[in-house]
Structure formats: C-alpha cells, structure tokens
Ligand binder design. Structure first.
Ligand SMILES: Cc1ncc(COP(=O)(O)OP(=O)(O)O)c(N)n1
Ligand SMILES: Cc1ncsc1CCOP(=O)(O)O
Ligand SMILES: [Mg+2]
Length: 504
C-alpha cells in the first residue's frame, strides 16, 4: 500500500509552490499526498498578491475528514498563516503523537518568508512556533534566513550551522536539515547540513545557477517527507531530496513573466544530480573544518578486471573456500569475524595461495593488514572501516577494495573512494548477521545498480536459489551468498544451481 503523507500548507494559485509543489514531490517518490489547506494565496510568478488564511473551522473539517479514514505516516507542514493556526495544528499533532497506534513523523518547512521576499505570516508568530509547534517536529528544513529567524544564529560558517542545529534541538526538534541554497560557502558551492544529536551529515555540489527556482523549499521538505514515509533513513531521505531538487533546477523553465517553478521529474536516476557526501579530509571537508581533517580521502583503487563478479561465496574458513574454488566460483571472500582465531594469519595465507592456484578473486574481509602482508588479491571493508583502515597502504600495495553500502548515503560515500566494487545489502532479511534497520529490498537495489553502473556491483543478504533470479534481473553484476551454500543440504548442487540461476 502507498504511504500516506499529509501536507498542511497554503495553495499557490500560480501552481509553483505550496500544496501544488508538495503533491508533485510526494507523488514523484510514490507516496499518496493528502492536503490540509491553511491559506489560499493569490500569487503568480511575479509575487504574492494576497494571503487568505482559512478559518479554524475549515482547517478542523479537513483534519477530521482525513483522520477518520486516512491517517498519515508523515505529516509535512508548510505555511501556517497565523498564531491561531499554529496553536491548532500543534494541538492536533500532540494528539496524534499521543494517541495514534503508529504516531506520525512531522516534517516542518518553516515558511517564514516567500522566495519572492513577501512575508507570508504574522510577525509575532515566532514565539508561538517555538513554544508549541517545534517540540513536536521530528525534522525541520529551514533555509538560512528561516534558521536565523528561529534560532538567532547568523550562518557565517560551519560552526554557526552547528550552533543553529543545537538551538533547534534545544527547542525540542529531533533533526535539523539546514539548506545552504542561500549561502555561498565555499564560494560557488551549495552545501546542505543534516544533524541529529551526536551525528551530522554534509552534502555539497556546485551551485546550480537556475533563475526558475520557485517552490524549491516546499519540494525539498515534501521529498524528505515522502522518503521518510517510504521508510528510508534520514540520511537517505536527505540525499534523495537534494538530488530531486538538483534534477528539477537543471530543467526548470520560465512559466509566466517572473520566476518559474522548480521542475518535478520523478525519482532521481542520474548520478550527476546527486550531491557529494562531504568527507572530512576532502577539500570541501577541510573548507568546512570537519574532523579529522588530516585523514585523506584515497580514491581510484585498482579497478576490477571484470564488471561481472558472478556468484560470490562468502565463507569463514579455507575448507569452504577451497570447495567453492574447486567448483568453479571465481569470486570468494574469507570472512573470519573473530580476530582471536589462533591460525588467522595462516588461513589468510592459505586463502591467498588458493586464489592464485585457481586464478580466482579472493577477498579478505576486515583483516587488511594481514591481507597486505600476504599479498592478497583484495580486501572487503565496511563503512566503519573507512574511518580506521590505512587506505593509503591498501592502495599502495595494489590490493583491490570492495566496500559495503547500506542505502543511498553510504553508496555515495563509498563512491568518493572509487573502490574496485560496491556491495549493496542486506537485500533481504538474513540470520547470518544482524542487519536490523538495514534491509534494502529489491526496489532500492533497482535504483542502486544503474546509479553505480561505473562499478562492478554486488548484492548480498538473504539471497537463496529462489531469490537469486530476481536479484540478477536488476542487472547487478554479482550475487553474494553465505548460507545458500554453507547451509545447503548438497553444497555442490547448490553452487551449480546458483550459477545457473544468476544467468540472465
Ligand atoms: C560482498 C560483501 N558485501 C558486504 C559484506 C559486509 O561487509 P562488512 O560491512 O564489512 O561487514 P562484515 O562482513 O565484516 O560483518 C561482505 N562481507 N561481503
Ligand atoms: C555479511 C553480510 N553483509 C550483509 S548481509 C550479510 C550476510 C549474508 O549472509 P546470507 O547470504 O547467509 O544471508
Ligand atoms: Mg567487515
């Protein structure tokens, strides 16, 4: 079933912002948009002529109609035209959060000032917003000006952005997404910030010079709301919203005599529209004073000799490794999770020798120092290893590098390193490893594979003989399995059947 997203916002008679933008963005991501209209604005591409706030009775009737039949997974809020509306909406949200079996997430785009410059709300609305609404907000998506109005922080640099997000947390907001479209820092770049207490994400891309950008704020917040409704983690919703806006800005056109609307072009599919995940150690990271600034981002690892790594067996000892190689598997990983395994170094040495003997690609999981020491073909690392492994040494030793990713954010982070292959997981639930909250599903895999078509790609997690054909049909170059081989009644037959099943 489609996820239901309510948008509580004003209508824009010009069709570029507010409710119109929200519906288009939500539907682009496959959500179902329901509307609660707070004001009928009279505006066009030249500006706002009138704001006709609806009465509380009209607001109430819209809430009542939806609440009884179509409860929301996510509620996105845009224009609230006066203090009474803020108080009324806040009371409703408090009620939903306390009483609904599945409390809705609340995304608030604090539309304080229209892009055309006209004030859309009453001047004295701010204290009421802070006291009643913000404590109920899970994600706030202000621009520079709105951040300044709500927090008092003038965004002159990265530390001020952090201070502003802290100020939002102190007001009871769960997560702050501060949009950098209006600040030119670093010069020529557009940098966006997303934070929850204790964790921050920075995204950047070259500024897109697009005069027709009406409705970008509404569309950004609605995209985030839709992605959260689809169950994407915040950092992935952040990436996708940014890509959606970039995509729309690049093809926006004049409609009317003034500023045209950002275009709505569906789920973003072109890597060129996706922002860069800003790493500490990259030049953008240094500009933003991200720590640790002295850990360089090492890129361009030894490329794979093939895009199609085929059936990929992930095993925890050399007996299994040998059996897989003897039965024709050309990509195998030695994954020994216990670092105290007494003969770890010998096993790695044996695995490397077996790989050479069978002219196969043998990757060593985690133990990159021993992999270098024993001249392994490659290493497979996880996202957390990117913060600790000596990538300079791995690259210098000529080892191939495979990287795990779980979602859009991690995929784009891994892309910064230009590894030898990218793995996407877990595609299905698995008992081999705790992947709680990280199950991607086939639909996301269908997005990942074409976006990362420059790399050999691997799908892992819960794949068996039945699922292997649908996984292979996504175009992924390799299917990695543990239990489908190691727990098969007849492992040799399983290997042969899996090899057949992934031929598309
Ligand atoms: C092919 C492949 N993909 C993903 C993983 C998972 O690696 P990682 O994230 O490092 O987790 P652990 O395997 O170390 O638990 C993998 N091993 N192989
Ligand atoms: C190591 C790993 N990383 C993501 S899922 C997974 C385990 C895959 O095991 P299985 O094929 O048995 O589901
Ligand atoms: Mg690992």
């Amino acid at each position: 079933m489609k996820s239901i997203i309510w948008t509580i916002a004003g209508s824009d008679s010009g069709g570029g912002a507010g409710i119109a933008a929200d519906i288009k963005a939500i539907e682009s991501f496959g959500g179902h948009a329901c509307t609660i209209i707070t004001a009928l604005t009279a505006q066009n591409s030249m500006g706002v002529e009138a704001i006709n706030a609806v009465t509380i009775e009209v607001l109430e009737s819209q809430f009542a109609a939806l609440e009884s039949d179509m409860p929301a997974k996510v509620i996105k809020i845009g224009l609230l035209a006066n203090i009474q509306q803020v108080e009324f909406v806040a009371a409703k949200l408090a009620h939903f959060k306390a009483n609904w079996p599945l409390p809705p997430l609340v995304v608030y785009d604090p539309v304080a000032v229209a892009s055309s410059g006209e004030t859309l709300t009453e001047d004295d609305i701010i204290p009421t917003l802070k006291n009643t609404l913000l404590p109920l907000v899970d994600v706030i998506t202000p621009n520079t000006q709105e951040t300044q109005i709500l927090t008092g922080h003038y965004l002159i640099g990265p530390s001020a952005v952090r201070d502003a997000s802290e100020a939002f947390f102190n007001l009871g907001v769960g997560a702050a997404v501060i949009k950098g479209g209006h600040w030119d820092y670093p010069q020529g770049y557009c940098v966006d910030y997303c934070a929850v207490p204790g964790q921050e994400y920075w995204l950047g891309n070259e500024k897109i010079i697009a005069p027709h950008n009406h409705g970008t704020g509404c569309s950004y917040a609605s995209s985030m709301a839709a992605c959260l409704g689809l169950g994407y983690p915040l950092k992935d919703a952040f990436i996708l919203a940014k890509a959606y806006i970039n995509q729309g800005l690049k093809v926006s056109v004049r409609i009317g005599q003034g500023i045209g609307p950002v275009a709505h072009k569906g789920f973003p599919h072109d890597l060129a529209d996706f922002p860069t995940v800003i790493e500490a150690g990259s030049w953008l990271g240094k500009e933003l004073e991200l720590e640790p600034w002295d850990r360089p981002v090492v890129a361009e690892f030894s490329p794979s000799e093939t895009q199609q790594l085929g059936l990929y067996a992930v095993v925890d000892n050399c007996d299994w490794l040998k059996l897989c190689l003897e039965n024709g598997i050309k990509t195998v990983q030695l994954r020994i999770k216990n670092s105290d395994t007494p003969n770890l170094a010998e096993q790695i040495q044996t695995a490397v020798a077996l790989g050479q003997q069978f002219q196969a690609r043998v990757y060593i999981n985690d133990h990159w120092q021993l992999a270098i020491e024993h001249g392994a073909y490659g290493v497979h690392l996880g996202q957390e290893d990117l913060d600790t492994a000596d990538l300079v040494a791995i690259k210098a030793a000529g080892l191939k590098l495979g990287l795990s990713t779980h979602g859009f954010y991690e995929m784009l982070r891994a892309h910064n390193y230009q590894p030898s292959y990218l793995a996407f997981g877990a595609i299905y639930p698995t008992t081999t490893k705790d992947m709680t909250g990280q199950i991607q599903g086939l639909e996301k895999l269908k997005h990942f594979v074409p976006l990362m078509k420059a790399y050999p790609t691997v799908a892992i997690g819960g794949i068996d003989l039945i699922r292997a054909p649908e996984v292979a049909a996504t175009g992924v170059g390799s299917v990695a399995v543990v239990r489908a081989i190691t727990e098969a009644a007849d492992p040799l037959q399983a290997i042969s059947q899996l090899q057949q099943a992934i031929k598309v």
